[in-house]
Design a protein around this ligand. Structure first.
Ligand code: SAM
Length: 232
């Protein structure tokens, strides 16, 4: 039996294009490219520039375009991209071939909740993905990150950080959910399906609590939602 996550991401991967899966429907290729540049800038400055050439790097939720993994492979590292959706892994492998990095980038079809690759990595990163993991599974996922990190290895996770509820947050939630409720049936009539992929918001204190429980130190906190952790 497929988990909720596998079912929803597999269907989304088949029904929506790269941009739809990565950022959501309604976003443009231009916004995706800008988002890619922002993420790479953070990864480069916080971790990638410190790695030895040929380091082992794990991309969690690699996505259909493998857009970050391809760039990390181009920087000379050995990247493994993992994703819960089999169709996504197929598109990602195709993209790796098209960009000439297939020798540096391999893939694993797996759920990060049950991650068990039997090897460890110098760096693990998880972008535009961790906040889609339901709250009750997030601690398990962090335990899996720690098991797959070498001592001294670094972990970069992008969160949807929310430290308090403001009127702005409430207005956004109301807008987002109303648009979803109204747009879903209209899209369905037009023959397009929409999928509800939750965004789990988390406070900085909760993130520090998870890190403490799994024995990670926090090196960088909340740089545009990104945290960098290190395994002692
Ligand atoms: C919003 S997309 C982001 C893709 C990629 N990180 C990027 O930024 O281009 C989220 C990805 O995470 C994958 N995913 C969701 N839940 C997962 C899980 N439990 N284990 C592994 N991958 C997962 C989805 O299939 C999807 O490809």
């Amino acid at each position: 039996m497929k988990s909720w996550g596998e079912e929803v991401w597999e269907k989304k991967s088949v029904a929506h294009g790269d941009v739809g899966v990565i950022l959501g429907t309604g976003f443009s290729k231009r916004q995706l490219d800008k988002n890619t540049q922002n993420i790479l800038q953070i990864l480069d400055s916080e971790v990638l520039s410190r790695l030895e050439p040929n380091s082992a790097v794990l991309d969690i939720g690699v996505g259909p375009a493998a857009r970050i993994a391809i760039e990390v492979a181009r920087r000379g590292h050995k990247v493994t991209g993992c994703d819960i959706s089999a169709s996504t892994i197929k598109s990602a492998s195709l993209a790796a071939n098209q960009h000439g990095v297939a020798d540096k980038l391999s893939f694993e079809h797996c759920d990060v909740v049950e991650l068990n690759l039997g090897r460890t990595f110098d760096c693990i990163y998880c972008v535009e993905t961790f906040f889609h993991i339901p709250g009750h599974l997030q601690l398990v996922v962090f335990k899996n990150f720690v098991e797959h990190l070498k001592p001294g290895g670094r972990l970069v996770v992008q969160f949807a950080v929310q430290d308090k509820v403001t009127v702005g947050h409430l207005a956004y939630a109301l807008f987002y959910h109303s648009v979803y409720e109204v747009a879903s049936p209209i899209l369905k009539m037009m023959g397009r399906e929409s999928f509800y992929t939750n965004v789990t918001r988390i406070s900085q204190d909760e993130i520090r609590d998870i890190a403490m429980r799994v024995g990670l130190s926090v090196l960088v906190a909340n740089r545009a939602g990104f945290f960098v952790f290190e395994k002692p």
